[in-house]
Design a protein around this ligand. Structure first.
Ligand SMILES: Nc1nc2c(c(=O)[nH]1)N[C@H]1C(S)=C(S)[C@@H](COP(=O)(O)O)O[C@H]1N2
Ligand SMILES: [Mo]
Length: 326
C-alpha cells in the first residue's frame, strides 16, 4: 500500500506496510460478508443524499454513524456545488475552477506523511481509498465570504489516516499542503496567494471524528474543481480551512502558518471557527446566503455558532477567548 519513491533504494522501514494494518486487513470472506450485511440494511450503502452528475465513477458510502454527520438541511444541487467554487490554483472567479480544472491530473497521486510521527511514508491514492470504509456525510459548508452550501461528501474520518502514522507527543499540530503545479494549475502563476496552499489544525481538531478526509461527493468521485482526488471537510470551520488536492500532511510542534493568515493576518486567523458574533474586519458574519435558495425574496439565514456543530466540537475550545483566537 505504500509506494517506493526510487527504484535505486531499498524501501525505508517506514515505507513498508505497518504490520498492524496488514493484520487488520479484512479477508475476502469478511469483506463479502460485510457487503451482504450492508445490502440487507436499509440505511447502509443507501442512495446518496442527492443525485450526482452521472459522469464520474461512483463512490458510494454507508450512511455515517458519527454524531452530527448528517444535517437536516436540504442538499445543494450538484450543478451548484460543482460550478460555484473557490480553488484559487485555477483562478479567483467562482466559475474558473469548473472551467479550468480539467487539466489537473489526479492519477498517479501520492500523499506524503511527514514530521513528528513514528511511521512517516508515502501513501498512494488507491491505498488511501481502501484505508477505511467509505461513509457518506451531509455537511454544511460555510464560506468566510458569507455564502453556504450543504454537500453530501464521501470519505472517512481524517483520524483513520493520522492514527496509522503514529504521531509522537511532539505532534501538537497538523499541516496540510495542496498541490501547486504551474503546468496543471493556471492560477498558480498569479500572486494572489503564496503557493503552495497551506492549512493547519491543532492535533485534537484533526483527530475529531467530524474532521473528514473526502474522496467523493453525491455518491461519485470528487470532481477536480472540488479538490480531487482528496481534500478535507471541516464543517465547523470556514471553508478555506478545508484544503483541496492534498499532497502532504505534516505533524509539527508549532502552529502552522496558513496561506490565508499569511496573506491577511487581521482577517483570517489560525482557528477560523464559524462564529456569528466575531465579524470579519470588513463584513458581518451573522448571516449567510444559501447557494441555490437566493431568489428575489429569499431571506438570509442566521449563521450558527460553530456552523451548527457546537454540541460536537464546542469542548475543543472550552475556556478559549474566541475573539482573540479567531
Ligand atoms: N487548495 C485550495 N483549497 C481550497 C481553496 C483554494 O483556493 N485552494 N479554497 C477554499 C475555500 S475559500 C472554500 S469556501 C472551499 C470551497 O470548496 P468547494 O468548492 O468544494 O465548495 O475550498 C477551500 N479549499
Ligand atoms: Mo471560502
Amino acid at each position: 500500500m505504500l509506494i517506493r519513491t526510487s527504484a535505486l533504494h531499498d524501501p525505508l522501514p517506514s515505507e513498508i506496510t505497518p504490520r498492524s494494518a496488514y493484520l487488520n486487513r479484512p479477508t475476502r470472506r469478511e469483506a463479502l460478508a460485510a457487503l451482504s450485511l450492508a445490502a440487507a440494511s436499509p440505511l447502509a450503502l443507501a442512495q446518496p443524499a442527492a443525485p450526482g452528475g452521472g459522469k464520474l465513477p461512483r463512490l458510494p458510502g454507508a450512511r455515517s454513524a458519527v454524531a452530527g454527520a448528517f444535517v437536516m438541511d436540504r442538499p445543494t444541487s450538484y450543478a451548484d456545488a460543482t460550478s460555484y467554487n473557490n480553488f484559487y490554483e485555477f483562478g479567483t472567479d467562482k466559475a474558473d475552477p469548473t472551467e479550468h480544472a480539467h487539466t489537473l491530473k489526479t492519477r498517479p497521486w501520492t500523499v506524503s506523511i511527514e514530521g513528528e510521527c513514528g511511521r512517516p511514508g508515502r501513501f498512494d491514492i488507491e491505498a488511501l481509498l481502501k484505508l477505511a470504509p467509505m461513509e457518506e456525510r451531509l455537511y454544511r459548508l460555510r464560506c468566510v465570504e458569507g455564502w453556504s452550501m450543504v454537500i453530501p461528501w464521501t470519505g472517512y474520518s481524517l483520524a483513520e489516516l493520522l492514527k496509522q502514522a503514529q504521531p509522537t507527543s511532539k505532534a501538537k499540530y497538523v499541516e496540510f499542503t495542496s498541490l501547486a503545479d504551474r503546468s496543471q494549475m493556471p492560477g498558480v502563476r498569479s500572486g494572489v496567494l503564496d503557493w503552495p496552499y497551506v492549512e493547519g489544525l491543532r492535533i485534537d481538531e484533526a483527530m475529531h471524528p467530524l474532521a473528514m478526509l473526502v474522496f467523493g461527493m453525491y455518491g461519485e468521485m470528487l470532481p477536480n474543481q472540488n479538490g480531487a482526488p482528496l481534500r478535507l471537510a471541516l464543517p465547523w470551520k470556514y471553508g478555506f480551512k478545508s484544503a483541496k488536492s492534498i499532497v502532504k500532511i505534516r505533524f509539527v510542534e508549532k502552529e502552522p502558518m496558513s496561506s490565508w493568515t499569511k496573506a491577511a493576518q487581521q482577517e483570517y486567523g489560525f482557528y477560523s471557527n464559524v462564529n456569528p458574533s466575531v465579524p470579519h474586519p470588513r463584513w458581518s458574519q451573522a448571516a449567510e446566503r444559501r447557494i441555490g435558495e437566493d431568489g428575489l425574496f429569499s431571506k438570509k439565514r442566521p449563521t450558527l455558532m460553530f456552523n451548527g456543530y457546537e454540541a460536537q466540537v464546542g469542548q475543543l475550545y472550552a475556556g478559549m477567548d474566541l475573539k482573540r483566537f479567531y
